[in-house]
Design a protein around this ligand. Structure first.
Ligand SMILES: [Zn+2]
Length: 451
């Protein structure tokens, strides 16, 4: 495990960071942020018309890093997502993630990409004040501060949308908010878009932090607005192993286990994207064995090894482990997860996303696994565990910006097996957003205290 210089005692400085308002950078800072986002988040096609095949379907995207860049998402943005485009693209709910440390990747002895927690943080220029504070405070604490900085950006974005003509934002902070969102989306007026804040990598907790300290930190993150937490990002940390770490890709640490238990109990959605296979297995087992029965877990954004074999993508066993908890897998739209080449035709890139959805389905339809699910639950629908997780604005190249999500739905509707559609309309409704909404409702409901 990498060294961690923060243990239980240093969590108390959270409150002022949570409360402090901070304006999104305008002027030079905002312009630089926009330039960086423009250069890093390329999309082959933008401003696509809405594909009619997606009309009337809920569209939910489980992961975008838009708030990392620091420009105002209410203004027309340079990357894959901004609020005007979200509203125009029929998106019902967008999850915004807060990546807290993004080290430069390197290569392992087999020449595969891997990530070392010690290497330079690529996103440091997006947080100029950290250049100064970096001289004074430890790296682990800076990662934590960044989580709260992005939480403030989220809060500003939501506040600005309380009375906006372009869209009405509904912050998804619990199951009731999903009802409010559903009701708002039936009204006339500006389209309602649900937004949820997610944390990508809790790098500042040491492996031996006591469970009470971990629970206190989850509570602080909840107060700051986070409703989804991914334990790791691209490198292993004090909670557990990551799938792309250059060194050890181990299982959960004692603090990692406490974090999993706390999230599952407190109604914080647990995201296993980027986790090592051992962490996925262990966390899913904990989720299956909760006092009130199983709790669902997420993989918010990923590809599938059967389509593109790389460490970051999911094995059949991982897909099944997530589904067994009642959870969902968000299939991504970006190049390095899907494995196409830049020169490939645009349509074949869409086909690759469709192939990844079919590969998830194949894993979920393995006869032995189907038997196991029927034995456990008495019923089972493999289509209930597939969702979208774009990774928009995650410094990735995609075939389209957010306006293209309806075209993924259209491409899925055309997929056939033995002359029959693989994803008929009721299945499309599940994958485009129905599954994500159902599982979020369950995951955001805290378990009763006396359980
Ligand atoms: Zn990610």
């Amino acid at each position: 495990m990498p060294p961690s210089d923060v243990s239980a005692g240093s969590f108390r400085d959270a409150a002022p960071l949570v409360d402090l308002p901070r304006k999104l950078p305008l002027g030079l800072g905002g312009t630089l942020a926009r330039l960086a986002a423009w250069g890093s988040n390329r999309a082959e096609r933008r401003g696509l018309h809405f594909a009619p095949e997606a009309a009337g379907l809920p569209i939910v995207d489980l992961h975008a890093d838009t708030l990392l860049w620091g420009y105002d998402p209410w203004r027309g943005g340079p990357g894959h997502i901004d609020i005007p485009r979200l509203a125009a693209s029929g998106v019902a709910l967008q999850i915004f993630a807060a990546p807290t440390w993004t080290p430069l990747p390197s290569r392992d002895p087999e020449n595969a990409i891997c990530v070392n927690c010690e290497s330079m943080d690529q996103s440091l220029p997006l947080f100029p004040s950290e250049l100064w504070s970096g001289l004074k405070i430890a790296r682990q604490r800076r990662k934590r501060r960044r989580a709260f900085r992005i939480a403030r950006r989220f809060r500003e974005m939501v506040d600005k949308g309380l009375a906006h003509k372009t869209a009405h934002l509904v912050e998804i902070d619990g199951p009731q908010a999903l009802d409010i969102l559903a009701e708002r989306r039936c009204r006339t007026g500006p389209p309602a878009v649900g937004v949820l804040l997610s944390l990508e990598g809790v790098h500042w907790i040491s492996a031996d932090a006591p469970p009470e300290a971990v629970a206190a930190e989850v509570e602080t993150l909840r107060i700051a607005g986070f409703r989804m937490i991914a334990l790791t990002h691209r490198f292993s940390n004090g909670l557990g192993g990551a799938s792309e770490d250059c060194g050890e890709r181990g299982g959960l640490t004692p603090a990692g286990r406490a974090m999993v238990e706390t999230c599952l109990r407190q109604g914080i959605a647990l995201d296993l994207a980027h986790a090592s296979p051992a962490v996925v297995e262990e966390a899913a087992n904990i989720a299956l064995d909760q006092p009130c029965g199983r709790r669902p877990v997420f993989v918010s954004h990923a590809g599938v090894k059967a389509v593109h074999d790389r460490a970051r993508n999911l094995t059949t066993r991982e897909i099944q482990a997530v589904a067994e908890t009642g959870g969902v897998i968000g299939v991504g739209f970006w190049r390095s997860a899907m494995g196409w080449s830049d020169g490939d035709p645009w349509e074949s890139k869409l086909d690759r996303i469709v192939a990844s959805c079919i590969a998830v389905l194949d894993a979920l339809e393995e006869p032995a696994f189907v038997n196991r699910m029927f034995k456990r639950y008495g019923h089972y629908n493999p289509y209930e565990h597939i969702a979208f997780g774009s990774d928009f604005d995650g410094a990735v190249v995609t075939p389209f910006d957010v306006s293209g999500v309806s075209h993924v739905v259209a491409a899925l509707s055309r997929a056939e097996r033995d002359g029959r559609p693989i994803f008929p309309r009721e299945k499309l409704a599940l994958i485009s957003g129905g599954n994500a909404l159902r599982v979020l409702r369950e995951a955001l409901t805290p378990q009763p205290l006396d359980s």
